[in-house]
Design a protein around this ligand. Structure first.
Ligand code: MD6
Ligand code: FE
Length: 217
């Protein structure tokens, strides 16, 4: 299509790539929000620093996490859950800044999910070698809403499988500014992130930051 052709000039990747029914990559979608987004993230991380959560199986996650919004995703030896309180501080998570809400809502609308109003934004930090094993996102009560995922900093290989853990995942390279909107028939597909390759990003240095926005209930 003409619009896609023009958006792709100077970039070998199409502006929009369908991963599966309901799952789409919007290339560079978060770039125009960068100037506001980066200081907003800095403020959140000062209030609720990154920490390595322990899985119910007793493993320390290689990805460090924090949250903003009225609910945050947490893991500890008793299980996974959403909680309004940061267990490290005993205080509510930092509020979700308007620029984050705006990215989530406009990306969701662009992908056909109008009216997306997430309560939770999970913020993941990967350093070289950090990875996320194949999993399903199923701790939410509302599977009708999509998840919006924003990639920042170093590129990562996103592994995207199917409804069964044994489905061989396909690999997608997600770069700084790419946004994945994921809902509908693929909402419960297994997915993960391959060990982060070393590198240096102009803004984020030796790390990748991923934001996932969720409507929990
Ligand atoms: C990450 N993302 O990209 C981890 N889950 O760092 C996820 O686990 C994820 O990107 C559901 C939907 C989109 C995602
Ligand atoms: Fe996930």
């Amino acid at each position: 299509m003409t619009a896609d052709l023009f958006e792709s000039v100077g970039d070998a990747r199409p502006a929009r790539e369908t991963m599966a029914e309901g799952a789409v990559v919007l290339r560079g979608f978060a770039r125009p929000f960068e100037v506001e987004l980066i200081p907003a993230l800095r403020t959140i991380v000062k209030q609720a620093p990154f920490r390595h959560l322990i899985t119910p199986g007793g493993h320390r996650m290689s990805v460090a996490m924090t949250n903003c919004g009225s609910l945050g995703w947490v893991s500890d030896p008793s299980g996974y859950r959403y909680d309004g309180i940061d267990p490290n501080s005993g205080h509510p998570w930092p509020a979700m800044p308007p620029v984050l809400r705006a990215i989530a809502a406009t990306a969701a609308a662009e992908a056909g999910f109008a009216g997306f109003a997430p309560e939770a934004c999970l913020i993941n930090r990967y350093v070289p070698g950090a990875k996320l094993s194949l999993h399903q996102d199923k701790d939410e009560l509302d599977f009708a809403a999509p998840i919006v995922s924003v990639s920042l900093g170093l590129p990562a290989i996103f592994l995207f499988g199917g409804l069964k853990r044994s489905d061989t995942p396909r690999r997608y390279r997600l770069e700084h500014g790419d946004v994945v909107v994921w809902g509908g028939p693929s909402r419960l597909f297994f997915h993960g992130v391959a060990p982060l390759a070393d590198g240096e990003h102009g803004i984020f240095g030796r790390q990748r930051i991923n934001l996932t926005f969720r409507k929990v209930r």
